[in-house]
Design a protein around this ligand. Sequence first.
Ligand code: SAH
Length: 258
Amino acid sequence: ENEARRKRRKGDAGKKTVFGARVVVDLGFDELMSEKEIISLSSQLAYTYSANRRSSSPFSSLLFTSLNGRTLTRLENVGDASYKRWINTEWWTEGYEKLWETDSAPHAVASQEPSAEGVSTGLQVTGEAPVQQITDAVDSGETGTSVEPAELSAARFKASKETVVYLTADSSDELLELKEDETYIIGGIVDRNRYKNLCFNKANGQDIRTARLPIGTYLSHLPTRKVLTVNQVFEIMLKWVETRDWEEALHAVIPKRK
Ligand code: SAH
């Protein structure tokens, strides 16, 4: 069984098509969450990472910003800080504003480039297989096997403000498609709908675009502005990249109501 799984993974590795759009998870909301919610958020980050690893059409890299408070503490204490060994992820103590601010490079907490040798992450994700032992470096064609200095990897993440879109259920703009030259921000918060418009207001205050997933358009039994979790939103984006079909992508992730 293990061998079958390994073979399948190997087979998939050759067929990976990396999608160039960047995804950022904004972890700047620590003080708004209970301890339980911080724990839940940390699990969602692991699911997000795991989904990108497993996908046949992954995003080239995942950037986590504002990792500097209780979420950092939680991640440090789970699985011997396994987040530091997550492949193709980047972690900044600073906010995502550094994407378009040019004065200085952001400070990387940890940055993991693809490795041909394989890295084992010790993190156990409940209700699912643990994050797989990684033997297949994502074939992006542009990423090497050496670890870049933080300044260089930061440059790789530069984005003009016009190409940044904050995803939020509260937006009046519907997401029509994902574009490879855009950067999509997901709010890293678990709040069980306590803070309506939180991310929407943050994005508006910074004059960056917002968009919501086209849920009402394709899933008529759900409210247009249904709020999903971080990993659900990310998995829908992954599925869209794979299928270019919102209905399929949404159905794959949101369980149908009986
Ligand atoms: N009250 C929070 C909700 C957090 S849900 C807020 O103000 O956003 C976690 C994140 O998932 C959100 O910040 C958003 O980036 C993303 N998200 C959740 N549902 C979404 C939807 N329907 N469309 C687009 N993004 C969504």
